[in-house]
Design a binder for this molecule. Structure first.
Ligand code: ATP
Ligand code: MG
Length: 246
């Protein structure tokens, strides 16, 4: 079943076509990677899908319904869980209270007691490995842990589709490995994920489908192996091949 269908979507900012007649389909259970150079339109695409921006033309179907132009809170309620490229937790609130915002203002949030919401949050924190930090202030976390908190907040909305904007951005190699392991555990729960990612090795390890965005259009689409087999894609949009990176 297709959980997400983006059809012929265009988004212009003045004279710039940030997304240009773009179509893509995500199946349930897939881990769908989106790569592309800085400014290719990745975040804009995520904003269009999650309701933070409206397309000029085209349509978006989610979970069997046309959702084009619906606001973010409505899409969250329907099961879209989105993380942000620049994480901004409530620094003065504890880790678990940050995650509670996800659990209470989401798809199943309204019908929940505080105790039920807390259980959902504890499970999310355990999945990302932040149980011991549950009562720490979010502002005191390292960037690696703040990214995990962002994942936990999304998980607590119990999304049908997770959309992640560069969760590995700004992390050290060790933190990236840790984050890959976390995402593998999330995948094992049967999650459907769309992830924007710069690191090739992250895409090849986690994703079963890769979409290469170039100036708002599809440059190439296929399995990670297909993408790796196209050195010009790697060269132009991801820097040097992984083995030669310093
Ligand atoms: N609100 C906006 N107003 C005007 N131009 C915008 C706006 N948002 C994005 N753009 C432009 O649209 C293009 C795509 O930007 P976008 O942020 O989607 O790229 P990206 O692929 O996410 O880049 P990065 O890898 O740096 O995160 C860029 O040229 C950007 O300057
Ligand atoms: Mg971006």
């Amino acid at each position: 079943m297709n959980i997400l269908e983006v059809e012929a979507v265009t988004k212009s900012f003045g004279g710039l076509r940030a997304i240009d007649d773009l179509s893509l389909t995500v199946r349930s259970g897939q881990c769908f990677g989106i790569i592309g150079a800085n400014g290719a339109g990745k975040t804009t695409l995520l904003n269009l899908i999650t309701g933070y921006a409206s397309p000029n033309t085209g349509s978006i179907r989610f979970d069997g319904h046309v959702v084009t132009g619906l606001p973010p809170y409505e899409l969250c309620r329907r099961g879209m869980g989105r993380s942000f490229q620049i994480v901004q937790p409530f620094a003065e609130m504890t880790v678990i209270d940050n995650v509670m915002t996800g659990a209470l203002y989401s798809r199943n949030g309204r019908g929940r007691s505080l105790a039920q919401a807390r259980t959902v949050c504890e499970q999310a924190l355990e999945l990302v490995g932040l149980t011991e930090q549950a009562n720490d202030l979010a502002g005191s976390l390292t960037i690696g842990r703040q990214k995990k908190l962002e994942l936990a907040r999304v998980l607590a909305t119990e999304p049908k589709l997770m959309l992640l904007d560069e969760v590995m951005g700004g992390l050290t190699r060790g933190e990236i490995e840790d984050c890959i392991a976390t995402l593998e555990r999330i995948k094992d729960t049967g999650a459907t994920i769309v992830m924007i990612e710069h690191h090739v090795h992250v895409i090849t390890r986690l994703c079963d489908h890769v979409f290469v965005l170039d100036f708002g259009r599809a440059l190439f689409e296929g399995t990670p192996a297909d993408v790796i087999a196209h050195p010009e894609v790697i060269q132009a949009y991801l820097g040097k091949p992984q083995e030669t990176q310093s």
